[in-house]
Design a protein around this ligand. Structure first.
Ligand code: NHO
Length: 363
């Protein structure tokens, strides 16, 4: 192997992982150099790799993996396997696993670069965050995670560019969840009546926007994780995604439901609560939205419901779009705004594949 080859290891082949493999196939065809060689792929149940790093065909990787009889080795063994490869390596983590995230410092310290949409490593403990960047700086390995906020939208790269060029970010606010965006755009539209809250939650689930258990979206933690990542990049040492106020939309009485299905069954009984929230906003000529904000000067992060004028860009959002506004000294009173699809396999994978291009171009 030579300088014009890069080994790629893929962990996770679900909704995002499958889309990533298809985009990797396109990338490998469009940019034949350096040669991107898939040498490892795994899910939580199966793995496929060869001791001599023989190439795994990208287009048939999923079938080959399905036919494999190997179970995934310990992660630290996978990292040693990659570190010993005869060329540079990139580990693509398409899981939402905390165990995989915890191993990033080890991988980076062994010279293995990382690209991932997994939020866990960057929104977990502040110590893990520090360990990741210390390890990367020491070894020169790269770590990119654009899709951990706003899927493929250029949110993290834009924030890094603002900071690195000396702009001062004063405030970041927006809609950071595709699920929450869809729910409020259809429950409390700027024109028309909107549906019943529980009906919209069921619709969002049927459309595949929500997590298998919709409570994982409605408890606000997904948004809190994204804000933790942005706040840290803006310079605030946020300790964890539970270190600031996060409003949950799960009625207290339903927190103990044994399953997502039971939760959905009982949710209609609580529609009146959300209806009141909507009516209160309407009385003031406004609409309610689920937003997150970071006030950098005040060191204040919060997640929850807020009322907006109907003409506000946050109120006028469509579908499951995200919107993120950066208020900075350079941009003055007109924020830099990023808007578009913020959930879904293809757009999330795009951020991952684009990160891979960035990493490879620095080798
Ligand atoms: P899946 O479909 O559950 O696939 C996970 C894969 O990882 C499976 O193949 C599983 O076997 C494997 N796996 C899990 N643990 C493993 C382990 N320890 N070892 C080996 N393999 C393991 O998950 P997705 O949907 O493909 O998501 C993958 C990652 O992308 C997650 O970290 C997720 O948070 C992240 N992500 C997804 C989306 C999305 O739209 N699907 C987004 C961002 C990041 O912008 C999107 C978003 O935030 C969606 C959010 N719900 C919203 O805004 O409403």
């Amino acid at each position: 192997a030579a300088a014009n080859q890069v080994f790629i290891a893929v962990i996770g082949a679900g909704g995002v992982g499958k889309c990533f493999l298809s985009q990797l196939q396109t990338l490998a065809t469009r940019r034949p150099s350096p040669k991107l060689t898939l040498c490892y792929i795994s899910t939580s149940k199966k793995a496929l790799f060869h001791d001599d790093y023989a190439e795994i065909g990208i287009d048939t990787a999923l079938d080959s993996l399905a036919a494999s009889t190997k179970t995934p080795p310990e992660l630290s063994q996978v990292i040693e396997y990659l570190a010993a490869a005869p060329a540079k390596t990139v580990l693509v983590d398409n899981t939402s696993s905390q165990d995989v995230a915890d191993k990033y410092p080890l991988a980076l310290s062994r010279g293995v670069s990382i690209v991932t949409p997994n939020k866990k490593a960057f929104s977990g403990s502040y110590q893990l965050w520090k360990d990741i960047f210390i390890a990367a700086t020491a070894s020169g390995a790269k770590v990119y995670h654009e899709s951990s906020v706003g899927a493929g939208l250029p949110v993290i790269s834009t924030l890094k560019d603002l900071v690195d060029t000396g702009d001062k970010v004063t405030k970041i606010e927006g809609v950071f969840s595709g699920t929450m965006s869809f729910l409020f755009n259809s429950f409390a539209p700027t024109d028309g009546q909107g549906g019943k809250w529980s009906d919209e939650v069921n619709k969002a689930k049927a459309l595949g926007y929500t997590e298998p258990d919709p409570r994982d979206d409605l408890n606000g933690l997904d948004v809190a994780r994204k804000l933790t990542i942005l706040a840290r990049l803006a310079g605030l040492p946020v300790e964890s995604p539970t270190a600031f106020p996060v409003q949950s939309l799960i009625p207290k009485e339903l927190e103990a439901c044994a399953s997502g299905d039971e939760f959905l069954e009982k949710l209609p009984a609580f529609d009146a609560q959300m209806e009141e929230t909507k009516a209160a906003a309407e009385k003031a000529g406004k609409v309610v939205r689920f937003v997150g904000s970071i006030d950098v000067a005040a060191n204040a992060v919060k997640v929850g419901l807020q009322e907006f004028d109907r003409s506000h860009p946050i109120a006028a959002l469509k579908g499951s779009d995200n919107i993120i506004s950066f208020y900075t000294e350079r941009y003055g009173s007109n924020p830099l705004i990023i808007q578009g699809a913020g959930a879904g396999g293809d757009v999330t994978a795009m951020g991952v594949t684009a990160d891979l291009i960035k990493v490879v171009s620095q080798f």
